[in-house]
Design a binder for this molecule. Structure first.
Ligand SMILES: Nc1ncnc2c1ncn2[C@@H]1O[C@H](COP(=O)(O)OP(=O)(O)OP(=O)(O)O)[C@@H](O)[C@H]1O
Ligand SMILES: [Mg+2]
Length: 463
């Protein structure tokens, strides 16, 4: 190596990679969800080990935008100064993870990626306990390739409650259109994404406002009554807790409803399919593809007739890197060994309800009566039933271990036969006499003669 004519090469990252490149792979609305994810992580830091029904109560985030600027303001505890060494860097060391918390953040890139996606000028003001500071990103800093230091100032509004406000100006060209001319459409898209991906978090008390309007929660609920209960499974693998429930969200559709749906007269199909939640955040919402087991093994492909079937799988882990989600956290990592094993259970459960739908399709009215009893349950309520053992779980001995409740869903009774055979013997002469009486000279078989006798008597009887 002594005579090596080569000198080491420079492998430092290039700033424009983060600013121009990384931001291309993420949609604007998803980048904004990243900012909301950070609020949730902020709450988790505030409320370590908090349980109870509404752990996010009292926390909120307000998003505002127009053609000139974007802002998000929260009261979720602020960015601890302890984190300053990594919070503003691109990417993070595994050492810097909040190891004892089920956070959403993993990679140390979400906030920065969202900022660069939106604009060139940004002020992050935050208050956490005694610390109250502001970090500024300017177009000049972005343009300077070798300067990675960001200035920090003591905050100018020190008496605010603990939380963070991010204001982004000098919007990127395309972004100004989304926030300006396309504001109405984009607001609708973003609201929908928050409503669905944050359904469980909103249901647990977190409040999100977009341009002054509060986003309502829309959690999946499953029918739970004497006759129909959801298939439920739970396990823990390598520190990841898994809870799965699949069942009906509504009565199975009649043929007319299927036709209406196919002609898009209604949009109820939107609630069908699988929702996958990682640390409270839905990473997949109402999926009806092979990714969640539809059309695989013995499960049929999704079709409108299965409009009533929905499932939820929840993965929870203090080390967010173990969750089976993609880097953008808007999808499932389909090759994750944990997910593949859980998917077998998803299929097993789903099959019970596709079978039920098929068995009852000719008697949708009776099935409707069975399903309509009582109120549907949220996932939390189902968990409670498991805890108090009204939903009795049994150990699973093969495949992925764990415990499950496999409902015995009603089957239609086999139909009573509607016909019966009549047979009798008569004297040949007598048969011929009756044949002549009924058919004249026409040649017919004795059984035809018997049938005609019956038909004539029936006619008489029915008069
Ligand atoms: N509004 C906020 N409230 C509290 N903490 C925040 C807020 N915004 C950012 N942070 C914290 O700053 C750090 C950096 O956030 P960033 O989103 O860039 O990375 P991350 O959340 O660690 O990982 P990921 O890339 O997976 O989102 C994180 O620890 C995050 O929790
Ligand atoms: Mg984050």
């Amino acid at each position: 190596m002594e005579n090596n004519k080569y000198s080491p090469v420079d492998a430092t990252p290039v700033k424009s990679f983060f600013v121009e490149m990384l931001t291309r792979d993420i949609e604007l609305s998803d980048a904004i969800l990243d900012l909301l994810d950070n609020c949730v992580d902020g709450i988790l830091r505030q409320r370590k080990n908090s349980s109870g029904e509404k752990p996010y109560d009292g926390f909120n985030a307000k998003i505002m935008f127009d053609e000139n600027s974007f802002s998000i303001s929260d009261n979720c505890g602020g960015i601890p100064w302890d984190l300053h060494n990594y919070a503003f860097r691109m990417g993070k060391d595994p050492e810097n993870r909040d190891n004892d918390l089920p956070t959403v953040g993993v990679y140390g890139i979400g906030m920065k990626r969202a900022i660069f996606k939106i604009g060139r000028q940004c002020l992050i003001s935050t208050r956490n306990q005694e610390d109250c500071y502001e970090v500024e990103i300017t177009p000049e800093w972005i343009a300077e390739p070798d300067n990675w230091d960001l200035p920090v100032y003591e905050s100018s509004q020190p008496d605010k409650e603990a939380g963070t406000t991010i204001v982004i100006d000098k919007l990127n060209e395309g972004i100004a259109t989304y926030f300006g001319d396309e504001k109405e459409n984009f607001t609708r898209e973003l609201t929908n994404k928050v409503r669905t991906h944050y359904a469980f978090i909103l249901d647990k008390g977190f409040e999100v406002e977009i341009n002054g309007k509060q986003v309502g929660a829309k959690p999946t609920k499953l029918v739970f009554n004497e006759k129909i209960k959801p298939y439920t499974y739970q396990t823990e693998m390598d520190g990841v807790k898994v809870f799965l429930s699949v069942g009906f969200t509504r009565p199975i559709p009649s043929q007319k409803e299927i036709n209406d749906e196919q002609e898009e007269k209604r949009y109820s199909s939107m609630d069908a399919g699988w929702t996958i939640i990682c640390n409270d955040r839905a990473v997949l919402y109402c999926d009806r593809s092979e990714l969640t087991g539809w059309g695989e093994a013995s499960v049929p492909r999704y079709h409108t007739q299965f409009i009533a079937i929905a499932g939820i799988v929840e993965f929870q882990c203090n080390d967010a890197a173990k969750l089976p989600t993609t880097t953008t956290k808007r999808g499932i990592d389909a090759s994750s060994p944990l997910y593949l094993q859980v998917k077998n259970k998803m299929r097993e459960g789903m099959k019970l309800f596709t079978d039920y739908t098929n068995h009852w399709k000719d008697d949708a009215d009776e099935a409707k009566r069975q399903i309509a009893l009582g109120n549907p349950y949220t996932l939390d309520k189902i968990k409670k039933e498991v805890k108090i053992e009204t939903l009795k779980m049994n150990p699973v001995k093969s495949g992925l271990k764990g415990a499950q409740f496999k409902p015995k869903l009603p089957r239609p009774k086999p139909k009573e036969p509607t016909t019966k055979q009549i047979a009798y013997r008569k004297d040949l002469d007598d048969i011929q006499t009756v044949q002549r009486y009924l058919f004249g000279d026409q040649e017919v078989s004795p059984s035809k003669v018997g049938e005609e006798c019956f038909d004539q008597m029936l006619k008489e009887a029915q008069q």
